[in-house]
Design a protein. Structure first.
Length: 228
């Protein structure tokens, strides 16, 4: 029981991919549970077959052995992988955020050793900036334009969705939506040097009105000289 309780507590927290706070992370977590369940079923089946083989003294007939090989080596993995493929295809829009129109745009620049966030208006002008602190409006789709000024980093907010690389000279696009407030933390998921452990940032999910005031408070802020 103690092991179950400890394992359950490990599924929550500000940086847990199994404690989703948005649709993309929810689809990823659901896919993880499906894969874990499928792996558990396959593992239990192998254990059952191994136990049966150790208890039985007589040899299987060739036809029975062939049926067992086809069932365990072809039918079972093909069924599990097909189910995973269907789920991944159906969930792809939720994971990528490709369906709904993004309402907000944030330019993310990775640097050694901090993250710079620039909040853009409809014309691409910078209305606010922040360092190692990302603000997002509750329930609104945000599009992130991610790049790097030095080496390859990786932008990842586990409770909101998947990761995407920050590559010098290339802009990668990621869409995320936060449907729940609470402690959320992002990080660099690519080893980028000796101070890689410092490449973390806090995510504040605010009501739309509070988000607008947050941007006003940081309007005109010069984040270019900030860092660690």
């Amino acid at each position: 029981m103690a092991c179950v309780v400890v394992s359950a507590t490990a599924c929550a927290g500000p940086q847990s991919a199994l404690d989703p706070a948005g649709p993309a992370a929810g689809a990823i977590a659901q896919g993880w549970w499906l894969m874990a369940t499928g792996a558990l079923v396959a593992w239990l089946l192998v254990l059952a077959l191994a136990a049966l083989a150790m208890r039985r003294r007589r040899r299987l007939q060739p036809a029975a052995g062939r049926r067992l090989i086809v069932a365990g080596g072809v039918v079972l993995p093909a069924s599990l992988l097909s189910a995973l493929l269907v789920y991944g295809t159906l969930a792809s829009d939720r994971i990528t955020g490709a369906g709904p129109q993004a309402e907000h745009l944030v330019r993310v620049t990775a640097r050694q050793w901090y993250w710079e966030f620039e909040y853009l208006d409809e014309d691409g002008g910078v209305v606010a900036t922040s360092i190692d602190e990302l603000a997002m409006p509750l329930g609104r789709m945000v599009e992130f334009h991610v790049d790097s000024q030095d080496v390859i980093h990786s932008f990842w907010i586990p409770r909101l969705g998947g990761k995407i690389d920050a590559i010098p000279g290339r802009r990668n696009v990621l869409r995320l939506r936060a449907d729940r407030a609470g402690p959320i933390r992002g990080q660099c998921a690519e080893f980028c040097g000796l101070e890689h452990a410092l490449m973390a940032f806090e995510v504040s999910v605010l009501e739309p009105g509070a988000y607008a005031r947050w941007l006003e408070d940081r309007a005109g802020t010069d984040a270019g000289g900030a860092g660690r």
